[in-house]
Design a protein around this ligand. Structure first.
Ligand code: C2O
Ligand code: CU
Length: 549
């Protein structure tokens, strides 16, 4: 019997389905036998890859150097109507198809990337210094990953290859934000301007094209975008070549080097609700090593995976000092032996190698080494500092909110029983706008998670604070749509008490956030950052209304 996408989702259930799929693929990778599926998941639910996957155990560890993405260079200066009487640095970012070796012993992998790199070049910005980027679509006319034409926005009438760039975490006018429907085809480009009127933070850019974001990012369209400011610079944190992005994602890699994107066995509706890899890429390499000196380093950890979270630790059991979260510096460093990052979340950490000359340390993901630091003394002195306090984070008082919006996270069947979607507030992408905050007002949003999974929820334009998470009675909600709490509210831990733009909304919990809607009025989006969900209705427009006169 062939299971449709809907059957797969309803029957297998979100939790079991998704994880079992990943396990099954790993199983398939570990043996050369045909895919063995757990009994509860029919073999018909997922199509097997044509070429067997790489067995992770077979790959030599730590034989390739860690790539550090180059710093993007401006192609000159240009005028822009939003900045009369001046010129701004002008960058060109061309999206291209290319091949790269993910590992010394694998054949080259076809990828897409900005400037022919994945991760693309790092854009370095400074607070208050606007810049221009021309995002150029020079991709081929055909996609190399499986498009699901039944998904809203990815119909057959649309060109296969479409792209639009979004800088995640940037406070940017709507016209430069990369609205998912503002995509453009190969041969076209868009000139965006970034005011950078925001505190120092590790942001990242990535594709956001309607209905195919998961495929475009999986193909390699992402890179780092760092904002610096004077106060941060004055702290003396590790800088220069001791400050680098570490961009993490997982991929299913086949033995011929190609990326495999999982599909359901229904060729007319290949969408699957999660995509978990068999291998972890660190700045685009598998199991790289990185030579460091015995001193402090600042790593900007960015999770750019489609749906996997990372649980990172160091092999010598020394803690990380976390100094920043999504939207910039924490009030003080937080010592952590493990760092958990959901898709799109960032953690800036300082690692001190000063006592480790001649040794090596592994970065572990769920206990498995995915990268190695080799500490070699080159006689340079470490002039960096790790101050005991970093930047005050003024708490937003939820009592000052003009509005609390209660928004569900749901996994439901259409009325017609046809397509399974992931919904926000019970609404589809194309439903009229319901979230319409006023510029400069404070609101609190309460995410009521009715599903069995955690969803990382992201709002464009604004930074927010996590107020709390609180368990609630799902049955009471389903029966009368009333919120009945079953336990005390849990305040965020110190590493989540800074500025965020993506928050993990746990199952069975109400997750509350507070934000002031600073920015230009216009149409933005908020969504789940599990890319499979985002592409299939777990994304909503929101309208920032002008401040009341
Ligand atoms: Cu990371 Cu709407 O994006
Ligand atoms: Cu989700």
């Amino acid at each position: 019997m062939t299971l449709s996408r809907r059957r797969f989702l309803c029957g297998a259930g979100s939790l079991l389905g998704a994880y079992a799929v990943a396990d099954a693929l790993q199983l398939a990778a570990a043996s050369t036998m045909p895919m063995a599926m757990p009994a509860r998941l029919s073999a018909a639910t997922l199509a097997a890859p044509k070429v067997p996957l790489v067995n992770p155990v077979s790959l030599a560890r730590f034989v390739d150097p860690l790539p550090v993405p180059p710093i993007a260079r401006a192609a000159g200066r240009r005028a822009h109507p939003a900045y009369p009487g001046r010129t701004l640095p002008y960058y060109r970012m061309q999206m291209r198809a290319f091949h790269a070796r993910l590992h010394r012993d694998l054949p080259p992998t076809p990828l897409w990337g900005y400037e022919g790199l994945s991760p693309g070049p790092t854009i370095e910005a400074t607070r208050g210094e606007p810049l221009l980027v021309e995002w150029i679509n020079a991709l081929p006319a055909q996609h190399f990953l499986p498009i699901d034409h039944t998904i809203h926005g990815a119909e057959r009438s649309k060109p296969q290859v479409r792209a639009v760039a979004h800088v995640h975490g940037a406070r940017v006018p709507a016209g430069s934000d990369g609205y998912p429907e503002d995509w453009f085809e190969p041969g076209h480009s868009a000139l965006y301007h970034y005011p950078n009127g925001q505190d120092a933070a590790t942001l990242w850019y990535h594709d956001h094209a309607m209905g195919i974001t998961r495929l475009n990012i999986y193909a390699g369209l992402f890179g780092a975008f760092n904002v610096h400011d004077a106060e941060e610079q004055a702290l003396g944190l590790p800088s220069g070549d001791c400050d680098l992005p570490l961009i993490l994602c997982d991929r299913l890699v086949a033995q011929d080097g190609q990326l495999y994107y999982p599909v359901s066995d229904d060729p007319s509706a290949p969408w699957v609700m999660q995509c978990k890899g068999n291998l972890t890429l660190c700045n685009g390499k598998l199991f790289p090593y990185f030579e460091v000196e015995p001193r402090r380093y600042r790593l900007r950890l960015i999770n750019v995976a489609n749906s996997s979270f990372f649980d990172l630790s160091l092999s010598h059991d020394q803690p990380f000092q976390q100094i920043g979260s999504d939207q910039g510096l924490l009030s003080a460093p937080v010592e952590r032996t493990r760092i958990e990052l959901y898709p799109a979340e960032r953690a800036d950490v300082v690692i001190d190698f000063s006592a480790l000359a001649g040794q090596s340390v592994q970065l572990r993901q769920q206990g498995e080494g995915v990268m190695e630091f080799r500490v070699r003394d080159r006689g340079r002195r470490d002039a960096s500092a790790l101050p005991a306090s970093l930047r005050p984070v003024a708490r937003i008082d939820p009592a000052g909110a003009v509005r609390d919006r209660v928004l569900t996270l749901e996994e439901v069947d259409d009325a017609g029983g046809n397509a399974m979607g992931m919904l926000l507030g019970g609404k589809h992408w194309s439903d009229p706008v319901t979230e319409d905050p006023r510029q400069n007002s404070i609101e609190t949003w309460s995410f009521v998670n009715l599903t069995g999974d955690a969803h990382p929820i992201h709002l464009h334009l604004v930074r927010f604070q996590v107020i709390d998470r609180r368990p609630f009675d799902l049955f009471a909600w389903n029966a009368h749509r009333t919120l009945k709490y079953t336990g005390p509210a849990q305040a965020p831990p110190p590493h989540e008490a800074g500025w965020k733009d993506t928050v993990r909304a746990d199952p069975g919990m109400v997750t509350r956030i507070a934000m002031r809607f600073e920015g230009e009025p216009g149409r933005y989006v908020w969504h789940c950052h599990l890319l499979e969900h985002e592409d299939n209705e777990m994304m909503r427009p929101y309208q920032l209304l002008p401040a009341q006169a």
